[in-house]
Design a protein. Structure first.
Length: 491
């Protein structure tokens, strides 16, 4: 190795060679540095791809992973991360949607766990006084979203949830009676004191100490099932607000020991139904004047319920047996407001007034103000003819009063034959004809063509005014038909 201009240190292995010539080189003095650490040999070069040349391959082989490989790894990691993030976000959105759907279909907002632990399920009939609860500021409850859309709840849910119901009712302006007082006055509700039985229950005559006589209605629990005393108190509160001279107004009530009793004035002349259909040959029949007065007073009672009360009250049970007559034969409509507390279907099933209901009620089961107008027209027919609304003892063509009478109402000769024989011809023909015109409007089959009760009242008032004017013009002239002193104020 002499004269080769080598530099560095002579390897120790070469020094062991005998006769080694090293002159002519620039060898370093001192100890040789330690050998470099061992490194794994690079992987063999892959075949060139069609897009690579030999120069590029040879230059990249000594540098390991190139810039393209690093970029590929980074892009792969980003793609994997994006896919993972997509599925995580999608799962969270789905869970949130399920929770929102669950909350929207809950009948009530769930209580926080620290407030519900002491709460026990209560029965459906149990009520909670809203006014006794803490103010809203003391609650941390939030209403479920969009709860306004759900206007009804499942009965099964209600049976297991606390029911918040406002139990305070308006003051009741009626006398409170004890069960003992009413039992004594009715002689323990004896059959001797039973004066009638209707859709809502039985009515008893009650005579109190001092001679005062009242009527006690014992409500039928199968027709009006009150779930609590508050339900009955609400009914009493509502009907105690009804005040009109032609209504049978509430005097008192009893809700002691779970009883549901209503106390009304007692009218000694009984009902219009009894006077028209149950009188014997010795009873004095109703005069034409009294019949017109009963029709006008009854119309005013319905006008009050329909057009004065707010909201309007549909009686649903207008019939001659619910028109009670005082000593001067003024009518007093009973059962006002009672039918509002039961559904139309339940009332229709319990109703006992064949021939009085409007045809649309029989078809749809829905009561309206115009169905009351129809029932009023049926009562006017009873006053005119003296017949029952439905009489199975008559020939088939005459059993339904409305079907038999309606085609004859505008025929003067037929009208004379239709009039109640008990009147014995004691009636003015013009008054009879106008009376028939009014009732014909009321019993029209189409409800939209029936007049409101205010128009019926006006028509009957005009009928009376015209008759009074005619009477004054006659100046007390008596007709051969007038055989009774009671007929001196003949209409």
């Amino acid at each position: 190795v002499a004269n080769n201009h080598f530099t560095g240190w002579i390897p120790s292995q070469l020094k062991k060679i005998n006769n080694l010539q090293t002159d002519g080189n620039s060898w370093s003095n001192g100890p040789a540095p330690p050998p470099p650490p061992y490194s794994a040999p690079p992987p063999p070069n892959r075949p060139n791809s069609p897009g690579q040349n030999n120069g590029g391959s040879s230059s990249g082989g000594s540098s390991g992973i190139g810039g393209g490989g690093v970029a590929g790894i980074i892009i792969s990691l980003l793609v994997v991360g994006a896919v993972v993030a997509f599925f995580v976000i999608r799962r969270r959105k789905r869970r949130a949607a399920l929770e929102e759907h669950f909350e929207q279909h809950q009948p009530f907002t769930s209580f926080p766990s620290n407030e519900v632990k002491d709460m026990k399920p209560i029965e459906e009939s149990t009520t909670i006084d809203v006014e006794s609860l803490p103010s809203p500021a003391s609650f941390s409850l939030k209403p479920p979203p969009k709860i306004e859309r759900h206007k009804s709840f499942d009965d099964d849910d209600l049976s297991n949830k606390p029911v918040l119901k406002k139990t305070n009712v308006a003051p009741i302006k009626a006398t409170v009676y004890s069960v003992a007082d009413l039992q004594m006055a009715t002689e323990s509700f004896s059959m001797d004191n039973l004066v009638g039985e209707g859709t809502f229950g039985r009515v008893y005559r009650a005579q109190f100490t001092g001679g005062k006589v009242l009527a006690v209605k014992k409500l039928d629990s199968t027709v009006m099932p009150f779930h609590s005393s508050d339900d009955f108190a609400e009914l009493v509160s509502d009907i105690s607000k009804l005040h009109h001279p032609n209504l049978n107004e509430l005097v008192g009530y009893c809700m002691e020991h779970g009883q549901h009793l209503l106390v009304y004035d007692f009218h000694r002349n009984g009902s219009l139904h009894d006077l028209l259909h149950l009188s014997d040959e010795y009873s004095k029949p109703l005069s034409w004047n009294s019949r017109v007065k009963i029709a006008l007073g009854s119309a005013r009672a319905l006008e009050y319920l329909h057009e004065i009360c707010s909201p309007s009250i549909i009686h649903k049970n207008f019939k001659s047996s619910n028109l009670l007559l005082d000593s001067e034969f003024n009518p007093h409509l009973s059962d006002a407001g009672l039918a509002s507390f039961i559904s139309d279907a339940e009332f229709q099933a319990a109703q006992q007034s064949a021939g009085c209901t409007a045809p649309e009620v029989d078809m749809t089961g829905q009561y309206t103000l115009k169905s009351d107008v129809y029932s009023f027209g049926v009562v006017m027919l009873e006053l005119l003819t003296g017949r029952r609304p439905f009489d199975s003892t008559r020939p088939r063509s005459e059993q339904s009063l409305v079907r038999w009478a309606t085609p004859q109402l505008h025929d003067i000769d037929a009208l004379d034959r239709m009039v109640d024989p008990a009147l014995k011809g004691l009636y003015p023909a013009k008054s009879l004809s106008r009376f028939a015109d009014v009732l014909a409007l009321c019993v029209q089959p189409e409800p939209e063509f029936r007049p409101p009760m205010s128009e019926v009242v006006q028509a009957l008032v005009r009928l009376v005014q015209r008759a009074n004017m005619t009477k004054r013009m006659l100046d007390g002239d008596t007709s051969s038909r007038r055989t009774d002193d009671q007929e001196q104020d003949f209409i």
